[in-house]
Design a protein around this ligand. Structure first.
Ligand code: NDP
Length: 347
């Protein structure tokens, strides 16, 4: 993959560091997960001067997923391989990737331009922004969870699973992520307990079937983890479980706890009010336009029924094409012109 370097257009001057620079683009895409990379590909194909800003490396959740088998045309592909293909494809059409760039805030200025400020002090100014920043794993908020993070508590099976070869571990959650990763973790662990707070999983049926067929997995229903306990070496050794129906507590000797209880959208960087749902996911119209004109959202940050790679790239395609139409309206001197599609329904 190639990363094209573009030069600064003007020095920022007063950000407190001589190296701080202001860059100018048509479209700034924040986050290089599947949505960001797909938006980059479409914006690049539209010949828009496009940059994809990523705090780590391109891939997003694909880098936390061992195998993808529900992306059409790829019956079985490793997450990191698909990520590389996405990144190469976007770069081929001219999207520029900047890795290790942490965006701290995005603001629409009175002159209608967007300003994305980064941790390093650099500023990216653009006519349009597509936010594809995904989400951050939700924590359980129990004693010991943060204390033992990285010492037995993990939020990423593919990153940390191999540390638990031959161990007895637990997974918390009942969604697709918990179910899929509990199954995956049996490659390493001798025994995996799936702890779920209800008597029914919300995961898709095929993932449930696989889980129930795995002899190394045992589901502990109607239970929560109240506390993570460690040993004198500072590693996880025990979990305090509670049955939510009987309120009885018990110990589970486990050396690992993987938490998959959902994601919180990374929308905190948006400076100013933007319409969102109760969980903080951004609401958009059918064109992926948020309530801030010129700011589009795609993928896991967006309020929607499900969050898959397929839905992320669908969102991103629409967002990039809508952004192009928005830029055209802007160039025509009519930034408030509605972005017209061919469809839509009337009630
Ligand atoms: P979900 O929101 O789907 O599931 C979260 C799970 O955690 C639920 O079972 C919920 O319980 C449980 N939970 C939430 N809070 C707590 C808590 N404080 N204590 C204990 N349990 C808790 O999140 P996922 O990360 O699993 O999935 C997110 C999205 O990504 C979904 O749309 C999913 O379909 C998709 N995804 C798809 C995959 C695939 O298709 N291969 C893989 C991974 C994710 P309850 O059910 O009681 O609410």
């Amino acid at each position: 993959m190639t990363f094209k370097a573009r030069g600064p257009v003007q020095p920022a001057g007063n950000r407190g560091t001589e190296l701080a620079t202001t860059f100018q683009y048509d479209v700034v895409i924040i986050g290089a997960g599947p949505a960001g990379m797909c938006a980059g590909m479409y914006a690049g194909r539209s010949m828009l001067n496009t940059v994809v800003l990523e705090r780590g490396f391109p891939g997003g959740e694909l880098l936390n997923t061992e195998v993808i088998e529900d992306y059409p045309g790829f019956e079985h592909v490793l997450g990191h391989e698909l990520a590389q293909k996405f990144a190469d494809h976007a770069a081929k059409f001219g999207a520029e990737f900047r890795n290790g760039v942490v965006v701290e805030s995005v603001q629409k200025r009175p002159d209608g331009m967007f300003e994305a400020r980064t941790e390093s002090g650099d500023t990216f100014v653009s006519k349009s922004v597509i936010i594809t920043a995904g989400g951050t794993p939700i924590k359980l908020g129990i004693p010991g969870e943060l204390e033992y993070a990285g010492k037995g508590v993990s939020y990423c099976a593919i990153c940390d699973g191999a540390f638990f070869r031959g161990h007895t571990i637990a997974v918390v959650g009942g969604g697709d992520a918990a179910t899929e990763e509990a199954d995956f973790l049996t490659r390493y662990a001798e025994k995996v307990y799936l702890i779920h707070r209800r008597d029914e999983l919300r995961a898709s049926k095929i993932l449930q079937q696989r889980l129930f067929a795995n002899p190394k997995v045992e589901v502990i229903w109607n239970s929560v983890v109240d506390e993570v306990e460690g040993d004198e070496q500072g590693l996880v050794r025990n979990l305090k479980l509670r049955d939510v129906l009987t309120n009885e507590s018990r110990d589970l000797a486990a050396t690992g706890l993987f938490v998959f209880v959902g994601f919180r959208p990374n929308t905190g960087i948006i400076d100013g009010h933007v319409d969102h749902d109760d969980m903080g996911y951004l609401r958009t119209d059918a064109n992926m336009h948020t309530s801030i004109r010129g700011l589009f959202a795609a993928g896991d940050v967006r309020s929607q029924l499900t969050r898959q790679v397929t839905t992320a790239v669908g969102d991103a395609t629409t967002a990039a094409i809508a952004a192009e139409k928005y830029l055209k309206a802007l160039a025509d001197g009519d930034p408030d012109e509605p972005i017209e599609g061919t469809g839509g329904y009337t009630a």
